[in-house]
Design a protein around this ligand. Sequence first.
Ligand code: NOJ
Length: 545
Amino acid sequence: MPERWYQQGVIYCLDVETFQDSNGDGVGDLPGLVGRLDYLARLGVSTLWLNPIHPTPGRDDGYDVSDFYGVDPRLGSLGDFVELVHQCENRGIRLIIDLVVNHTSDEHPWFRSARSSPDSPHRDWYVWSPTEPPHADQGVVFPGYQRGTWSYDEQAEAWYHHRFYEFQPDLNWSNPQVRSEIGKVVAFWLQLGVSGFRMDGAPFVIEEVHPDSADRTMHYEWLNDLRDHIGWRRGDGVILAEANVPREQILEFFGPRGDRLPMMFNFAENQRIFLALARRTAVPVQTAIEVSPALPPACSWATFLRNHDEIDLSGLRDSERADIFAQFGPEPDMQLYDRGIRRRLAPMLGRDERRIRLAYVLQFSLPGTPVIRYGEEIGMGDDLSLPQRDSIRTPMQWADAPQGGFTTADGAVRPVIAKGDFGYPAVNVRDQERDPESLLSWFERVLRVLRECPEFGTGDYTVLDTRDERVLGLRYDAPSGSVLAVVNLSEEDCTVDLASQPGVTDGYPVDALADRDYPPAGDLTAVEVAGSGYRWLRLSRTIGA
Ligand code: NOJ
């Protein structure tokens, strides 16, 4: 099966609002992002994922959309967006945008119309109940900040369903008119040049809610339709879905023949990466890979450590979650929604660069395409004085200059981190660009090697039995070649024997990436890897190649 573009390279996730301001109003914008594309190209980014850019009242950082066909005026115009597409194309960078179609803002004209009268043409575009549903307080996504999943609307004199906050009424996907309109939204942005979408809350989009019972009907066939539609408009268009679902449902979402969602974030693995880091053992990650179902052709995982939300640890046992909280988020205000951590990686790991590098190499060594969040490449910190997830959504720190070089205004859309170990004088792009030993320079090198090893995204993988719980071993085989990844989660130096496993010795191992110089791996019977160290070994066909 030929590889697909989204199975290679690196996806970089950013919020336009906090990336780079170009007009001095304190808000990041599309022209500002265009001005930073060369930075992203040099870093090795192959795809940009933009958090929502549409007009919004801004009560959920843009995930409350009031017009799917526009660009929020604070960020720029549709013209600026087309210029961004063009400039990305010039640099060989693809663009995907958030598709937030489980719900709209309550200020969207469709909802205003729907609530105004039972006879509104949009009334049935949302999910209503004349009386309070018996399970109205269940299924909340933001415990502590969201009262229930049904709210009473005075104007409509009815209850409406909302999976998320009460100002995000759910669209009624059972209504074919809604599905048809979303088809137009998707076609619109594809026509403007995006390569696909990050689909928000995919499981909620396809659930049919019944006001009288807690049962929900899942309409997987809507995913087939969406996929087909995107494919007809743009043959290589991708959907990267947010679908944090139990293992048994994973293949339903990809589709039995890979005909639904081509790519999903690997939430199960994300939680187990943090467990592995907390316990300094490879076992949780190894098990997560082993129990993960084989994916249908052309389907892929997107791996991640941090994104724009809290780290959701709800899939773990209480004792596992407790270990992660104890290590990485011990204070109550570091935790969120009774399940997660609202910190960036560098502060979680106590600014220990060796461990930060270990964590990212671990992510990059796993099957799939890595997604990284803006600012992680320089080790940005968080601001826990900001509410909920805003702690990890502070402006990008470009330089030791006023407002970190993010804006020329006196204030920014969200406070720039200015003081302490993570303030912009200590953590910024410009300083790190000049320092070959910096985290940024390290990211550039690793991403370059990663792009030279397409096997991580496209190859068949085998978990190697390293006979040492501290060390993860993976082998990848693809027509382009074979790669071994060896990652030591512990602080002790280890030596593992990889030679006794079938197929492993059919090549000469050459270090493609390593945390330091090692003696040549030779016949693989004794592969050394330092504490918190790592090695990617390419099995070349000839000595020295
Ligand atoms: C998931 C997004 O990642 C999150 O940021 C948002 O609040 C909810 N969906 C609602 O759209």
